[in-house]
Write a protein that binds this ligand. Structure first.
Ligand SMILES: Cc1cc2nc3c(=O)[nH]c(=O)nc-3n(C[C@H](O)[C@H](O)[C@H](O)COP(=O)(O)OP(=O)(O)OC[C@H]3O[C@@H](n4cnc5c(N)ncnc54)[C@H](O)[C@@H]3O)c2cc1C
Length: 331
């Protein structure tokens, strides 16, 4: 394994950022070698997948490890389900497509989410009515003491866009174990998806139909990071008390049941606060989905943070709702 100085970091926000030290981790043995290096040189260690949910400062201290561990391996198979271990470096969308090809179902609503399998449990990725936590059996990690172990789903503390992994940067996720069904069970409760499926000629939509509709919906609404650099949703949808939710509903906002609380749409708050399609220099809110902040060219990390602060302050001033960053800010 080659550990390099001034390591250039990949990310989908178009930010130029170099780590003090960096390396690609392709095998389990590389993990321990990287841990030895960081300990010997007294460096902090950070993992990175595809950089599609991070805001990178121009310089990152310590050792940054790009996780590239591959492999989709069946552990156990029965007539109705399969237990599969997937390397943290596998591209998420590749796993979704490969699962459909092999007749494994459950991941189709999460098609086209950028990023790696290892990052999926970190923020409990979710879209179109499904969260990845529903399909995870356990997450295999190497901890700061070099112990390899599996964190079972019940111990992952999965909640909306978060998990225990957000607060354990010393844990390196090396693979994720999923239980996938061999019997298709279509999840179409998300209204936009339900409508798209109803427009299809097939009476009973297949899992492939679901993936195709999700891909089409996402392409229509979200900017492709290869063309317009972004990290997807910039803020989490705020979770509020029943009282606050009801008051917001009276002011014309959508509310969604979320356990004993309500979830608001951050996109709607940003839109109503007047930021949809607004651009300052090279940073702006995407016109079709204002929750996505785009780097239209040469914006720097500081420009993006300053713009996002203005958006959040404006929402707070108008609605007294505090927006919280969804991506991790790495420095
Ligand atoms: C256009 C677009 C659309 C998006 N849509 C969605 C969506 O619908 N739903 C959704 O939930 N997200 C969405 N996202 C966000 C993003 O795709 C996910 O968060 C994805 O899981 C990030 O994967 P990554 O490999 O790029 O992670 P990175 O950005 O590289 O890392 C994210 C975090 O995970 C940590 N991490 C990464 N790999 C590991 C590892 N192996 N071990 C330990 N920690 C690790 C990093 O330190 C960092 O804190 C979108 C992003 C974009 C650009």
């Amino acid at each position: 394994m080659n550990i390099q100085r001034e390591y250039l970091l990949e990310n989908t926000f178009g930010l130029t950022s170099r780590a003090q030290w960096g390396c690609a981790i392709e095998h389990l043995t590389d993990v321990v070698a990287a841990q030895d290096f960081s300990e010997k040189n007294n460096l902090s260690m950070t993992c990175l997948g595809s950089g599609s949910n991070v805001i990178l400062q121009p310089k990152l201290a310590g050792l940054v490890c790009s996780i590239r561990i591959q492999g989709i391996n069946v552990i156990e198979e029965s007539t109705d389900s399969v237990l599969v271990e997937v390397g943290a470096g596998v591209v998420w969308h590749t796993l979704v497509m490969e699962s459909l090809k092999r007749g494994w179902f459950g991941l189709e609503n999460l098609a086209l989410i950028p990023g790696s399998v290892g990052a999926a449990p970190v923020q409990n990725i979710g879209a179109y009515g499904v969260e990845v936590a529903q399909l995870i059996v356990g997450v295999n990690i190497v901890d700061g003491f070099r112990d390899s172990r599996q964190i079972k789903r019940k111990d992952c503390q999965f909640v909306y866009r978060s998990s225990i992994f957000r607060s354990r940067p010393d844990w390196i996720i090396v693979s994720v174990v999923f239980r996938l069904s061999k019997l298709p069970a279509i999840e179409s409760s998300y209204p936009e998806l339900e409508r798209a499926l109803k427009d299809l000629p097939a009476a009973e939509p297949s899992a492939q139909n679901v993936a195709d509709c999700v891909i089409a919906l996402r392409r229509r609404k979200l900017p492709d990071p290869a063309e317009f650099a972004n990290v997807g949703s910039f803020f989490k949808n705020p979770i509020v008390t029943i009282e606050v939710g009801s008051a917001m509903q009276n002011r014309g906002f959508k509310i969604f049941a979320h356990g004993q609380e309500y979830k608001l749409s951050a996109a709607q708050l940003i839109d109503y606060a007047g930021w949809k399609g607004v651009r300052h220099g090279d940073v702006g809110c995407w016109a079709q989905q204002p929750l996505v902040i785009v780097n239209f060219g040469a914006a720097r990390c500081a420009d993006i943070l300053s713009f996002s602060k203005d958006v959040a302050n404006s929402v707070f001033e108008q609605y007294q709702i505090q927006l919280e960053l969804e991506p991790s800010l790495l420095s």
